[in-house]
Ligand binder design. Structure first.
Ligand code: ZN
Length: 195
């Protein structure tokens, strides 16, 4: 581990004890220290920018024992039926991968992909899937991979539009805000349709 990264990790991130709702094992999840974060701006599609680290790099929690992964806000949403599904479809194909103390956009993409695998295995909501794609698209933007960013955004828009058709869903509010902001963009909206 590089010495400067180890020092920075002590300041900006902490290990938080989490109990996996699927296998019930306890593990340490790397999470940013909220008090250290400062919002310094946002893109026109509401992608927030924080300093000194990007909390979105840490937004997916992965259980190192069973491979269950989800956005931190949805991590504890679990039922016995879904847990059994994950144990039978995700766990047998999962190999634990250790990560360095500080995550970057490349690592974040890997972790968002694991969250997507789990989401598809358990048959989660369109809103949750769209939100994962949206965040993964923002990671590709940071990595300056515009084709992959656009692919993610197209899927995000499709899923979030579907989720917004249900008026009781929280995603509706987010979608309206995000799509309105996106519509003000010109170049990045090319090929994404009209809203
Ligand atoms: Zn687990």
């Amino acid at each position: 581990m590089p010495e400067n990264q180890a020092k920075a990790s002590e300041v900006y991130v902490i290990d938080k004890k989490i109990t996996c709702p699927v296998c019930e094992c306890e593990f340490n999840a790397r999470v940013p220290r909220d008090v250290r974060l400062r919002l310094v701006g946002s893109d026109t599609d509401l992608r927030p920018h924080y300093e000194p680290i990007d909390p979105m790099h840490y937004d997916v929690l992965i259980c190192p024992y069973c491979g269950y992964a989800a956005l931190s806000m949805n991590f504890n949403n679990m039922s016995e039926r879904l847990a059994d599904k994950i144990k039978s479809t995700i766990t047998p194909n999962f190999t634990y991968k250790p990560y360095p103390p500080m995550y970057d956009a490349t690592i974040a993409v890997e972790r968002y992909k694991q969250a997507l695998n789990v989401h598809d295995a358990k048959g989660g909501s369109a809103g949750e899937r769209g939100y994962i794609y949206l965040k993964m698209g923002w990671m590709y933007r940071e990595l300056e991979q515009p084709e992959k960013e656009q692919e993610c955004m197209k899927t995000a828009l499709k899923d979030l539009t579907k989720a917004a058709e249900c008026p009781k869903r929280q995603w509706r509010i987010f979608w309206v805000k995000w799509s309105a902001a996106s519509a003000m963009k010109t170049k990045r909206c090319d090929g994404l349709g009209k809203f």
